[in-house]
Design a binder for this molecule. Structure first.
Ligand SMILES: Cc1cc2nc3c(=O)[nH]c(=O)nc-3n(C[C@H](O)[C@H](O)[C@H](O)COP(=O)(O)O)c2cc1C
Length: 243
């Protein structure tokens, strides 16, 4: 076989048939060589990709899934029940690997909106208090979680005031896509937080790339810290963990 091959390949006075056979042989051998070459590269490539992915995959996936979460706790009461729900949400979201910041409105200066509409030109409020910093944080977040006590079947006044004052967001790009609402009230009737949910939905509707993902209501808690030991705290933790 090898002799025939060499005879055909090297012989200068080969006939037309022999030259044709030589051509076919070259084509077959060249084809085989290339198949092995590319086959080998493919195997190396697939294996290499698999190894690189397993090396970097864990970190890459984690970074992709990590969200910036802002939790705005609006009760000003010491031992606030809604703040404790918020804290559990924070713990859950942190355990899930997210970048979480909780901000309490306690101690913040937030004046009423004057309705001047200056924010629509400036992208920030003309009143110089704590709102512009808060607004910047909300704009950067992927997830916004509000926690509020129910006051007269609505969200707290301080939460509504902050929402109004962040009107400058309306003319800006925003990151948040997911919104959560945590509420507490003295009454246990499931309809108790409905108006607060509707009010927040009014805000969310103005940011159409976002949606209200979930609400959590803990009724039957009136006194400060009365929520301690309530199973709703674990639910808030689980909710945060699912962000
Ligand atoms: C001004 C005010 C209005 C309230 N209105 C209601 C209400 O409409 N329905 C209700 O069930 N509880 C009402 N409550 C009770 C609170 O919702 C309840 O104490 C809640 O746990 C407070 O949450 P916090 O501890 O986070 O502030 C009201 C409390 C205050 C101070």
């Amino acid at each position: 076989m090898l002799y025939t091959f060499l005879y055909i390949v090297v012989r200068p006075d080969a006939s037309a048939h022999q030259r044709a056979a030589k051509g076919v042989l070259w084509t077959v051998l060249f084809g085989l060589a290339k198949t092995c070459q590319y086959g080998g590269l493919t195997i190396l490539g697939v294996e290499g990709y698999r190894r690189l992915k397993s090396f970097f995959g864990y970190k890459t996936n984690n970074i992709e899934q990590m969200k910036k979460v802002i939790v705005i706790s609006t009760s000003l009461r010491r031992g606030s029940n809604s703040d404790m729900l918020a804290e559990q949400f924070v713990q859950g979201a942190t355990a899930a690997g997210h970048d979480v910041e909780k901000i309490s409105l306690d101690g913040k200066t937030i004046q009423f909106c004057k309705g001047c509409m200056g924010c629509q030109k400036l992208g920030r409020c003309v009143i110089n208090d704590d709102v512009n910093d808060l607004m910047a944080k909300v704009l950067e977040a992927d997830v916004v979680c509000w926690a509020t006590p129910i006051y007269y079947y609505e969200m707290s006044g301080q939460m509504k005031t902050l929402i109004d004052r962040m009107n400058g967001m309306y003319v800006q790009d925003y990151h948040f896509r997911e919104v959560y609402l945590l509420t507490t009230a003295a009454e246990d009737e499931p309809s108790t937080p409905k108006r607060a949910e509707a009010g927040l939905t009014g805000w969310i509707d103005c940011y159409p790339k976002s949606r209200l993902v979930a609400t959590l209501f803990c009724g039957g808690v009136n006194e400060a810290r009365e929520i301690e030991g309530n199973p709703k705290l674990q639910e808030a933790y689980e909710l945060g963990k699912r962000v």
